[in-house]
Design a protein around this ligand. Sequence first.
Ligand SMILES: Cc1cc2nc3c(=O)[nH]c(=O)nc-3n(C[C@H](O)[C@H](O)[C@H](O)COP(=O)(O)OP(=O)(O)OC[C@H]3O[C@@H](n4cnc5c(N)ncnc54)[C@H](O)[C@@H]3O)c2cc1C
Length: 419
Amino acid sequence: MEYAVLGGGALGLQAAYRLASAGQKVMVFEREELAGGLASGFQIDDVWLDKFYHHIFRSDKTVIALIEELGLGKLLEWQHPQTVSLIDSKTYQLDSPMSLLRFQPLNMYERIRMGVALAYLKIANPNWLEGKRAHPWLESWMGAHGYEMVFKPLLTGKYGAVYDQISLPWFWARIHDRTAQLGYLRGGFQLVYNTLADRITRQGGKILFNTTVEKVEQLDGRWQVETSQGKWSFDRVISTLPTRLTCKIVPELPQDYRQRYEWGQAYGAHCLILAVDRKLTDSYWINVCDQGYPFTCMVEHTNLRAAAEYGDRHLIYLGNYRAMDDRLFKMSKDEVMKEFVPHLKKIVPDFCDAWITESWMFAAPYAQPIVTTDYREHIPPLHTPLENLWVANMFQVYPHDRGQNYSLELAEQLVKQIL
Ligand SMILES: Cc1cc2nc3c(=O)[nH]c(=O)nc-3n(C[C@H](O)[C@H](O)[C@H](O)COP(=O)(O)OP(=O)(O)OC[C@H]3O[C@@H](n4cnc5c(N)ncnc54)[C@H](O)[C@@H]3O)c2cc1C
């Protein structure tokens, strides 16, 4: 069988790898110039740095197994870096039950109440929570003060005005799936995707980079894939693009399918990355719970990895999720720096612009599905109503938050279903 795989991110590459390993002919179409999609990186000297901050959890079994299978296991290293919340211009560690017990912004009763709510989510079955919204549930279980201080800013940071519509099972997954230990692949997650791409081609598959798929239609009992670089014909097509984009490029998808699944909104992701000449804080991750900052998190990557791996650069991500038509996505890097950098002085009082030695900026559309309570109803099945056309994308991993692990897991599930 000849397969077209649309998209060369984690999901598309893993599906193509499994198909090629099973002796199928595969061709992957990827719009960008390199593999990895949202998890891809860029080069700093001879190492890759993720365009968007990435780490994995101990519970991410599928990605850990793949890293081992690809012979990269020796590069996977685990740490317990510090995660803190920025509240009233001060940072407080909040990344374990012990740190919650010591969490000064709340009184002991509020800490215990928050701990009980989080412990319940750790063990709850998500089906018990389906149909409920995170906002009222967290407010009533944790109490308004604790919720408003810690978790409401996280929800508003990620989801903006619709923060109160977000489904509780999605929040459950954030607590249930995550571990305090974080894993990182020395040299960058790009190595996983370069190795996958290499394995695919060594098994006879093809990957076309810089190739945007524009239209997919049935022709003489086969699927024709029309791209910016030409047309090819296949027996079967797997689209790993967001369902909305798949609907756009496959005009034959029926109306009732579109009504149900061409649904919902997603935010884009934006990261400004700064290289500075010194360590800024002791924390890996700072959740910005204070109002008035133009970014929702500050991630000091070199508190997870050694600055020496990046030529002694200390690397800081300033991250955001925003509506895809937000002004941030139209701003130049200089404009963003002018707006963001002064706020660093509030976190690191003696911060000085001259410490910045380099900067980069990345943005991606369809990076965070907006998981409202009716989201589950609108997740498409893997097979579409059109024969030999499959849709598998990170919008289907709900209630889990999108993550490399879940895209890889879905790819495994898809290939099992197909073969
Ligand atoms: C800010 C941020 C932080 C994250 N942090 C983590 C983390 O810490 N840990 C973790 O595991 N995950 C994290 N993730 C999530 C992780 O990156 C994704 O879940 C995963 O990479 C999704 O892979 P995918 O293949 O499903 O989708 P994508 O990576 O989106 O792949 C889809 C591919 O399709 C391509 N494409 C789109 N349109 C076309 C077209 N018309 N023609 C051809 N190609 C096309 C895209 O270029 C892309 O390569 C993060 C994501 C973001 C945005």
